[in-house]
Design a protein around this ligand. Structure first.
Ligand SMILES: [Zn+2]
Length: 198
């Protein structure tokens, strides 16, 4: 334990995902030694990210305006909706250049052990959207891991009630246990074009 603000900084950093106590300590001492201007820049970016970033009212993606660029783009096919866990997954699918539809960002995956149930995700919004818009296909592109599969299975069951709606899942071949974002463009593109009906 260090004294005062240094320990506070280590504690705060240690609460970030993927940062263990050793990394938190290393980053804290890096910041202590850094130029004041560098620390100020980091501080400003952190501030802005909470003040300036909004989430699209339609799809839940990170957005600069009420509606994100993709939802505003009339060239994107509104009849196909790709459901992903996080905004970073939108980027991963976009990188494949295989998809011309719209997205729906859930905000995570079902994980009962961590207290994430259907109400913690944007599932109600998805169902409302499918009921209100002319959606013909929903692609379940949750991560190829236990939580992602459980979420896809749950959604497939919920979506069964919509007449005329096709529900598809990314083809297998994605590295199991990983995040969508870790798949390379080619693999993810193939999984997308080879998606199978559920
Ligand atoms: Zn959007």
């Amino acid at each position: 334990m260090y004294e005062g603000p240094v320990q506070d900084l280590i504690d705060e950093l240690g609460r970030l995902p993927g940062i263990g106590p050793k990394s938190a300590q290393r980053i804290a001492f890096h910041l202590l030694a850094a130029e004041a201007a560098d620390v100020t820049r980091l501080q400003e970016v952190l501030q802005r990210v909470k003040e300036g970033v909004r989430f699209c009212e339609v799809c839940g993606n990170v957005s600069a305006e009420e509606r994100c660029r993709i939802c505003q783009d009339a060239r994107r096919d509104p009849t196909v909706v790709c459901v992903v866990e996080e905004p970073k997954d939108v980027l991963a699918v976009e990188r494949t250049r295989e998809f011309r539809g719209r997205y729906h960002v859930l905000g995570g995956a079902l994980d009962p052990l961590s207290g994430v149930g259907p109400d913690q995700l944007r599932i109600r919004e998805l169902l409302a959207r499918i009921g209100a818009e002319d959606v013909k296909e929903v692609i379940l592109a949750t991560d190829p891991n236990t939580e992602g599969e459980a979420t896809a299975t749950y959604l497939a069951r919920m979506l069964r009630d919509f007449p005329g709606l096709t529900v598809t899942r990314l083809a297998s071949g994605l590295p199991m246990g990983g995040d969508l974002e870790f798949a390379d463009e080619l693999t993810l593109g193939r999984a997308l074009s080879g998606r199978r009906s559920l």
